[in-house]
Design a protein around this ligand. Structure first.
Ligand SMILES: *Cc1c(COP(=O)(O)O)cnc(C)c1O
Length: 462
């Protein structure tokens, strides 16, 4: 098929799309001329549900009319406000209600749960993460290691891609856990890797991790609202996520956490306590002794920012209406279509880092321009300057340092030209353009238009 002919195919797919009307539930950002942007950045900040304002207004009005009584009165009193999210959140991540709580922000939750679930001993003190992990996770993990008196250079280990490969092979990750698991206290693994868009076999990682006696936690920042999750069945010990990416709950929205039911009554675990984690029936009696709530709620600290929780309730209602299965089915098709078009029109000019199997990715594709007239530089995509011998000893370097070999100016220029043409995607140093069509509000025709513009920009560059 001639590339242009895809436009009418895309239009037909939009017409046939059973979820197509949900686009109207969101505000699509506009360009200066009033036309809609092609917004492929829901992996970074999801769009605003039109209903979000009602929920925020409801809080403002309750506060205006009732003052402090708003804690107890009205349709959605603030005292149990986070509980209005619980059941929907549980369905979204495949958990029991007692296993989830909407609270804090992602990195805060990660710390709170590591306080309880990272219990290093001289024999078993390591934390396993993936190479090029999101910097906040890396900082959090390294600081926890140091907090316990261990050395991050020794105790923080990374699973690396093979030389010349951009993504990790599951078999390598499993083999690493098998080989080194006896020393590993905690495996902190992403559901979807933020940079490459690779999704992981979480059930298998949890299973082998547990077999080796490790605690297994997941960072679902890029997985929640993106993949179908079954945290309870997968037997994860804990998980954390933020709500402003695929969950569309707004900038800095209240995040979430999961603690498996089998830990719900582990009151023996050390934890950092605050009054919101305390037994509800005596919270206001304010006894001197802390008595934690069972389940994820027991890790709460403060009364939550209600204004930042309000949009999450709206957003969860939408997810609950549509269901993750339907969203995921469209997502596979939409991202698959993006991949097909990219390969058809630009295969000689770009590399897609994200795996091709639908089970190994979510919405996002990570694209890198091929250098040197279409040939990969001989060093491959990820030269491995961080390795200190094969144990993967770690030198903490800021993200992006260490793979300085590529000339990334061309990629950035292409990215800038895309932005100027009304596309919102994002650029991640040193050389990747991340593109995430989201099933809730993106269309097949947008995928086509994106690829057509990319092709135009790249052709121009020749
Ligand atoms: C987005 C993201 C974060 C963000 O952390 P906050 O605490 O919400 O600022 C952390 N980790 C990963 C992997 C992310 O993708």
């Amino acid at each position: 098929m001639r590339f242009e002919a895809h436009r009418s195919l895309a239009e037909a797919m939009d017409r046939a799309d059973a979820l197509g009307s949900y686009r109207d539930c969101f505000y699509i950002p506009k360009r200066q001329d009033g036309s809609e942007e092609i917004y492929f950045c829901g992996n970074s900040l999801g769009l605003q549900p039109k209903s979000a304002r009602n929920y925020v207004d409801e809080v403002l009005v309750a506060w205006k009319r009732m003052g402090v009584r708003g804690h107890f009165e009205g349709d959605r009193p603030w005292l149990p406000y986070h509980e209005f999210a619980t059941e929907k959140l549980a369905r979204l991540v495949g958990a029991l209600p007692v296993e989830v709580a909407a609270m804090n922000s992602l990195t805060v939750n990660l710390h709170l749960l590591m306080v309880s679930f990272y219990r290093p001993t001289p024999e078993r003190h390591k934390i396993l993460i993936e190479e090029h992990a999101f910097p906040s996770d890396r900082y959090a993990v390294a600081s926890q290691i140091a907090f316990h008196g261990f050395d991050p250079d020794e105790s923080l280990i990374e699973a690396k891609a093979r030389p010349g490969e951009a993504t990790l092979r599951t078999e390598d990750v499993l083999e690493l856990i098998e080989r080194e698991g006896d020393d590993i206290a905690l495996i902190l693994w992403p559901g979807v890797q933020f940079y490459t868009g690779q999704a992981f076999a979480m059930a298998e990682i949890a299973e082998i991790g547990h077999r080796k006696g490790c605690v297994v936690g997941f960072d679902l920042a890029h997985a929640v609202g993106n993949l179908v999750l079954k945290l309870h069945d997968w037997n994860a010990d804990f998980a954390v996520w933020c709500s402003y990416k695929y969950l569309n709950a707004g900038p800095g929205a209240v995040a979430g956490c999961f603690v498996h039911e089998r830990h719900a009554e582990r009151f023996d675990l050390p934890r950092f306590a605050g009054w919101w984690g305390h037994n509800k029936s005596t919270r206001f009696v304010m006894p001197a002794r802390f008595s934690p709530l069972p389940g994820a709620e027991g890790w709460q600290l403060s009364n939550p920012p209600i204004l930042s929780l309000a949009p999450l309730l709206t957003s969860l209602e939408l997810f609950d209406q549509v269901g993750m299965d339907a969203l995921r089915a469209k997502s596979e098709s939409l991202t698959g279509y993006l991949e097909t078009l990219l390969k058809e029109c630009c295969e000689d000019r770009i590399t897609i880092l994200t795996p091709s199997e639908p089970s190994a990715r979510g919405c996002q594709l990570s694209i890198r321009l091929k250098g040197n007239g279409g040939k990969m530089p001989s060093l491959g995509p990820h030269p491995l300057p961080l390795s200190q011998g094969e144990r993967g000893g770690h030198v903490p370097l800021p993200l992006g340092e260490g793979f300085r070999v590529r000339d990334d100016k061309r990629g950035k220029k292409v990215y800038d030209a895309l932005i100027a043409s009304g596309i919102t995607c994002d650029w991640r140093e040193p050389d990747v353009i991340r593109v995430a069509p989201v099933p809730f509000y993106n269309r097949y025709t947008e995928v086509f238009d994106f690829v057509e513009r990319l092709k135009g920009v790249i052709d121009n560059e020749r």
